[in-house]
Design a binder for this molecule. Structure first.
Ligand code: AMP
Length: 307
């Protein structure tokens, strides 16, 4: 089952109460591709970087099975740069700087060999670019998942609303769900957002887990209580990568299977936050992933009798 991943491949500078990084490799698509690589091996990337981007990280992606034919490298230009500072709770953050650089005039070109993908992950990126990718595919994928953030809601809401009409699953965090719907209650927000196009909505709540909604049902996955959280950057993208990677692996897009997929997504996010940047997502074993998922199962399993 081929998976097409679209999103930023970027440099980040991060400040947390535990430390500060200079420019390190990040970007939504980097996290998504790495996280999904533990589930499916046919991963195709569409993105753009400048000539300042390290070849070493591209080699890492390749060694994890990610095909880079759709990664444009712009000579004489700089890669996308984002900088953020986390608050003491590590759950909320301020964006300090966003430099679009190569992203400013990004014209995505989907290689011929990617065009009949069955799973499409539209990672965080300008909604018009997400839509341009969609319009180049030779057939509608079996499942389209889209992730976005407040930055695009602030500057490109009409394009975002248009893009939402054609997707299956939207993943956003709780404050973005409130911004998008204008509702404080996440239950009301979900119903409003589901009327905008997506059939399923995932609301990520950082260390408080994630909610999965369709029009009739709601399901909850906790986040694993971790001893050390160093850097939450990329947790949402790693969640999305684990989520769609598991669905692509199992080829089952039912709501029941999505309940399992959000546990796998949460497991991948729990790895990411344990180190700065993408480091923790590189070189995990299948056993590491299975053991982590088992910890989730143990965390929420209980015997209860209602009589
Ligand atoms: P997350 O922590 O999962 O929300 O994602 C963090 C990643 O998103 C970072 O590695 C950034 O490079 C990337 N990012 C930050 N702002 C944007 C933006 N406006 N558009 C696309 N990617 C972004």
């Amino acid at each position: 089952m081929s998976l097409l991943v679209v999103g930023t491949v970027a440099f980040d500078a991060i400040e947390t109460p535990f430390g500060k990084t200079d420019k390190i490799v990040g970007g939504a698509a980097s996290y998504i591709a790495l996280a999904s690589s533990y589930f499916t091996k046919e991963i195709n990337l569409v993105s753009v970087v400048g000539d300042d981007f390290p070849q070493e990280f591209m080699n890492t992606l390749k060694s994890q099975g990610v095909n880079l034919d759709g990664l444009q490298i712009k000579q004489g230009e700089k890669s996308f740069f984002w900088s953020g500072r986390y608050h003491n709770d590590m759950n909320s953050r301020d964006t300090l700087d966003t430099q679009l650089n190569v992203l400013g005039d990004f014209d995505p070109i989907v290689p011929e060999s990617y065009k009949n993908c069955e799973f499409l992950m539209l990672g965080n990126l300008m909604p018009a670019v997400q839509q341009k990718v969609l319009s180049q595919l030779s057939k509608r994928p079996k499942l389209i998942v889209l992730d976005t953030m407040n930055f695009w809601m602030d500057i490109a809401m009409p394009e975002l609303l248009e893009t939402l009409k054609g997707i299956d699953v939207l993943t956003i965090n709780d404050s973005e769900a409130r911004q998008l719907s204008g509702e404080y209650s996440l239950v009301k927000a979900a119903q409003k957002i589901l009327a905008m196009g997506p059939k399923v909505l995932v609301i990520k709540k950082g260390e408080h887990g994630a909610l999965l909604f369709n029009k009739e049902e709601v399901f909850f996955a906790p986040a694993l209580p971790l001893e050390d959280v160093f850097d939450p950057t990329g947790a949402g993208d790693s969640f999305a990568g684990g989520f769609i990677g598991y669905l692509a692996k199992t080829k089952d897009i039912s709501f029941e299977n999505m309940k399992r997929a959000i546990i796998f997504g949460s497991a991948m996010a729990s790895f990411t936050v344990e180190k700065f940047g993408t480091e923790r997502l590189i070189g995990l074993s299948q056993e590491d992933v299975s053991n982590r998922v088992q910890e989730f199962v143990d965390l929420v399993q209980f015997d209860i009798s209602l009589v």
